[in-house]
Design a protein around this ligand. Structure first.
Ligand code: G3P
Length: 217
């Protein structure tokens, strides 16, 4: 199971990388804007900076919504670094672009997936990754994790190689539920990943070990 961090914040990316368990980074235009990264040049430089910090795949999203525009933008992004994965919206021209990139050997991440039908199309188009948004479905009283299960079943039925990248993961239990279902990747905030570290019995046990050590030394 791969762990990606879902942020454009370089400090958080460094912190996750230092933990030694980071497999990649996902970004989107909203996450870039949150960090105050605006303008084509600055955004490109930010992708370069992220690639220098991490070893794994870095999703960089196209802004164009037409086929030609997505191809032009995606090829420019892919040429920045072999780690770049071209992130494409789940729309008709996005599926066409995904097929084009897949035939060219350029890695893709089809984003904004909210149904198993969309997931099926992304796999048929040869996507490297596809991103179902777990938290945003939960937000509207729809079972986000249920969608991950459905997609796992469909992909396993046909042996699709497209990796299920569970996105909009908001907390630690989302990660654990995705692990049980068999998502290939989760992407979420550092806080959700760090939540996996925590158990009160670990803290109590460690305090006891240290106090017993002090008694004999
Ligand atoms: O990876 C997708 C993600 O950035 C969306 O997360 O929390 O805005 O739904 P959220």
């Amino acid at each position: 199971m791969k762990f990606f961090i879902d942020t454009a914040n370089l400090d958080q990316i460094r912190e996750a990388q230092a933990l030694g368990i980071l497999d990649g980074v996902t970004t989107n235009p909203s996450l870039m804007a949150k960090e105050g990264i605006t303008g084509k040049e600055n955004i490109i430089n930010h992708y370069r900076a992220i690639c220098e910090i991490v070893d794994g795949d870095v999703s960089a999203e196209v802004i164009a919504t037409d086929f030609e525009g997505m191809i032009q933008e995606g090829e420019a992004l892919a040429s920045l670094n072999p780690q770049i994965v071209v992130k494409i919206p789940m729309i008709k021209d996005g599926i066409k672009a995904c097929k084009y990139f897949s035939e060219k050997g350029i890695k893709t991440n089809v984003t904004l997936i909210f149904s198993s039908g969309q997931a099926l199309l992304a796999a048929k188009a040869g996507a490297t990754y596809m991103s179902p948004f777990v938290g945003r479905l939960d937000d509207i009283s729809t079972d986000g994790l249920g969608l991950i299960s459905e997609i796992r079943l469909i992909y396993d039925n046909y042996g699709f190689k497209t990796q299920i990248l569970a996105a909009s993961v908001r907390h630690t239990m989302h990660i654990m539920d995705c692990a049980k279902i068999g998502a290939d990747v989760i992407t979420g905030p550092l806080s959700a990943i760090e939540g996996l570290l925590k158990h009160p019995l670990t803290d109590i046990g460690l305090a006891q070990f240290l106090s017993d050590y002090k008694k004999g030394n």
